[in-house]
Ligand binder design. Structure first.
Ligand SMILES: NC(=O)c1ccc[n+]([C@@H]2O[C@H](COP(=O)([O-])OP(=O)(O)OC[C@H]3O[C@@H](n4cnc5c(N)ncnc54)[C@H](OP(=O)(O)O)[C@@H]3O)[C@@H](O)[C@H]2O)c1
Length: 317
């Protein structure tokens, strides 16, 4: 099968399409034929081998052998199932998250049936399904961990990215009053997503008002700064930064860490998508042979929502 492989850390050009052995599902695994996957900011960082501490997981001098095919979000069809699989059967259309197994930037990927995998929402295509996996589940994870409640005031910092576009919608869905911080070109988008108030990060200062939760989806603000905008019980939730992980050990007011187990979240996300209550923002779609280009775009740090890679389109040619 074809897979997008990288064997050393570096610029987008280190990724190339290669022939690799097709995976064989173990007894408790399903084999998924990938129709669509994505390129995320986190994967661009892995490809660069940055931050350096991340290499403890992905490989010190070069990517570990089992992590040389990137891709965490997947949507496709189950084409084979191990003897012990009861949750899925061949023909099922699924969407899910491979986590540290990675491997979704390939024509086929195996996942344990207990992985973060659900039947795909019926009303969206595979590309849209892949693009709702990580951003939406991560947004839900951090909002829940920060203890979001109906009627609270929530600030979403970085509201136009993958996590941000879902965080605005999910915080609204959970009954919060949402203020979104984004760039001037995305004010209209975040309003459409339901933000009650919008602050342009090139002009406004979010610390002039008070919030129950400041959700920093990008790590571009800080607890130090957010503290000025939080009441005494307010929480700062942040998706990145080793220092923030340490801070979260020192104070319960900082919520950090990783969103890894996504099965329950995907169930809710599927139902919200099917009910038309969660919009999936797709910035660009690329062919499987344009992966390096997709990385270049994501790496600018200015994508809107999500970037999809259509794998099956190339596989069929
Ligand atoms: N902890 C976890 O479990 C977990 C899970 C997934 C991802 N992550 C991490 O979460 C981070 C965010 O990922 P993402 O995919 O949501 O990001 P993203 O989609 O790459 O974010 C891009 C967006 O950020 C906006 N932006 C750039 N600079 C900004 C600023 N100074 N203020 C406000 N907005 C700004 C850009 O808008 P403009 O063009 O207008 O600037 C763009 O729309 C990544 O570092 C990723 O590694 C963590």
């Amino acid at each position: 099968m074809k897979a997008a492989v990288y064997t050393r850390f570096g610029p987008p050009e280190v990724i190339s399409l290669r022939e690799v052995p097709k995976p064989v599902p173990a007894q408790d695994e399903v084999l998924i034929q990938v129709t669509a996957t994505t390129v995320t900011s986190a994967e661009c960082a892995m490809r660069r081998g940055r931050p350096l501490w991340g290499r403890i997981i992905i490989g010190l001098r070069r990517p570990r052998r089992r992590m040389r095919v990137l891709g965490t979000e997947v949507a496709g069809r189950v084409v084979a199932a191990g003897a012990k699989v009861t949750r899925f059967r061949p023909g099922d259309e699924v969407f899910g998250f491979t986590g540290f197994r990675l491997g979704a930037n390939a024509e086929y990927v195996c996942l344990p049936q207990k992985a973060s995998l659900q039947l795909k929402p019926v009303n969206v295509d595979f590309g849209q399904a892949a693009a709702v996996v990580d951003g939406a589940s991560t947004a839900l994870h951090f909002l829940s961990k920060a203890g979001i409640r109906r009627g609270q005031r929530v600030l979403v910092y970085g509201a136009s990215g993958s996590i941000g576009t879902y965080a605005v919608q999910l915080a609204k869905h959970l009954g919060a009053h949402v203020t979104a911080v984004c760039g001037p070109g995305n004010v209209g988008l975040v309003r459409e997503l339901g933000a009650d108030e919008v602050i342009d990060y090139t002009k406004g200062d979010y610390t002039r008002a008070r919030y129950d939760i400041v959700f920093d989806t990008l790590g571009k603000t800080s607890f130090r700064r957010a503290r000025a905008a939080l009441g005494p019980r307010g929480r700062y939730a942040v998706t990145t930064g080793l220092h923030n992980m340490f801070l979260s050990v020192l104070t319960r007011r900082v919520v950090s860490g990783m969103s890894v187990e996504k099965n329950q979240a995907l169930e809710l996300i599927k139902s919200l998508v099917e009910a038309g209550q969660l919009r999936i923002v797709i910035d660009r779609r690329y062919g499987f042979d344009q992966l390096a280009e997709a990385h270049r775009h994501v790496e600018t740090g200015h994508k809107r929502g999500n970037v999809v890679v259509d794998v099956a389109a190339v596989a069929a040619t």
